[in-house]
Design a binder for this molecule. Structure first.
Ligand code: PLP
Length: 407
């Protein structure tokens, strides 16, 4: 008999998207003539930028010739890409990150999910609530949690992220070891200012903690006072890992390229108190379990950093931000309190109702799909998340329907 990893039996949260699917299918069955518009999508809808496509095609051509063909690539990614990342995403913003501290990967989901395996099962792990479920579920799978009670796993420390703290978690009263932060945030659309990010960096330094900083939506930041990287904050290199992705930045959700920065100064300790480089541990893990990202995909990602690429990704993101603006304005005019959508693709809306009740209302009266906030955690109760990833035509139509249905 093969015994399973019983931690998998503790997992609860796939409920959200299955339940949405169930309700949408039931609606379609009884209303086959109604055209549904989804504002629940966490996936991009627009094609790859031209600069990326051209680089992609050139690289595929190289693969067709024995003289330019490439086999297994370097585990950390090709230096042509890591050099550009270090220079443009970090050094140009005053963050002193070297190409050698960057690991190119196939997704921020895998990296934010896998990173926890470097650390002891006894750590105190803090996650925001509401939260991108990957941080929680991977800790459940690893065995860092106990039973599920009242919408939360015992064993994790939840950082309430609410209207009262501007959707930026306050510092915990107890000592925690591993802290997941995500800005711009999924699902709340919140960003963090320099001062509050510095408070987190200082907390981590004082408590020997490590911050896992997910900046997958960084390309949406338009306000120049908002930090784009945690390494813009002094001292962060000692205590933070940062995750980035080309998924939302350049429409790579189906192409797959991302990267993780682990500064060489970042240390963790064994049971005898000896220091170990987290960078080296991750390097060891990746060389064993990860094959790298394909050469053409890395060439396509490199093209993001050309002048043409930078211009094209800006207009790509502007397109979604324009959608977000239209959606937020419509809900605000209807009297709803909204967060996000200005430096993030998501709008977090306080509905004044149960999240699922509001979901049903939008589905039945406007034929619009949203994402119930309660699916992201207890603090999401009463909220919905609306995504700006759709065509401007569909968003316009959706907004008209919402205005008619909710007025
Ligand atoms: N981090 C957050 C907060 C996300 O919302 C997502 C995708 O929805 C990801 C990471 C995943 O990024 P990737 O496509 O690079 O795996």
């Amino acid at each position: 008999m093969i015994n399973i990893n019983e931690n998998y039996l503790k997992l609860k949260s796939s409920y959200l998207f299955t339940e949405i699917e169930k309700r949408v299918t039931a609606f379609r069955d009884t209303n086959p003539d109604k055209e549904i518009i989804s504002l629940g999508i966490g996936d991009v809808t627009k094609a790859l930028p031209r600069a990326c496509i051209k680089a992609f095609q050139r690289a595929v051509k190289e693969m067709s010739d024995d003289n330019s063909f490439r086999g297994y690539g370097p585990y950390k990614g090709y230096s042509f890409l890591r050099d550009k990342i270090a220079e443009i995403d970090f050094n140009c913003r005053g963050a002193d990150i070297s190409p050698d501290e960057i690991f190119v990967s196939d997704g921020a989901k895998c990296d934010t999910g896998n990173i926890q395996e470097l650390f002891s099962l006894n750590l105190k792990v803090a996650v925001p609530d509401p939260v991108y479920p990957v941080y929680v579920d991977t800790n459940v799978m690893a065995g860092r949690t106990n039973e599920w009670e009242d919408g939360r796993y015992n064993g994790l420390i939840y950082l309430d992220t609410t209207e009262e703290n501007d959707y930026v978690p306050s510092l915990p009263h107890e000592k925690v070891d591993l802290i997941y932060l995500c800005f711009p945030n999924n699902p709340t659309g919140a960003t963090i200012d320099r001062e509050r990010l510095k408070n987190w960096v200082d907390y981590a330094k004082e408590n020997n903690a490590l911050i896992l900083y997910d900046a997958a939506y960084v390309a949406f930041i338009r306000d120049s006072s908002i930090p784009q990287s945690i390494y813009e904050i002094e001292g962060a290199k000692d205590i933070a890992i940062e995750f980035r992705s080309f998924s939302k930045t350049a429409g790579f959700t189906g192409t797959r390229c991302a990267y993780t920065v682990i500064p060489k100064k970042c240390m963790a300790y064994d049971k005898n108190g000896n220091k170990h480089s987290v960078h080296n541990l991750w390097d060891r893990r990746q060389t064993t379990k990860f094959n790298g990202v394909s050469y053409p995909v890395q060439r396509a990602a490199e093209a993001v950093y050309t002048q043409e690429g930078q211009k094209q990704i800006r207009s790509l993101i502007d397109y979604y931000l324009q959608n977000a603006k239209v959606i937020r304005k419509a809900f605000e005019e209807l009297g709803y309190k909204c967060n996000g959508g200005d430096n993030a693709p998501y709008i977090w809306i306080k509905t004044g109702k149960d999240s699922w009740e509001f979901f049903d209302l939008l589905l039945n009266k406007a034929n619009i799909i949203c994402t119930p906030g309660s699916g992201f955690g207890r603090c999401g109760k009463g909220y919905i998340r609306i995504s700006s990833f759709n065509s401007q035509e569909k968003v316009k139509e959706a907004v008209n329907r919402i205005k008619t249905a909710l007025r």
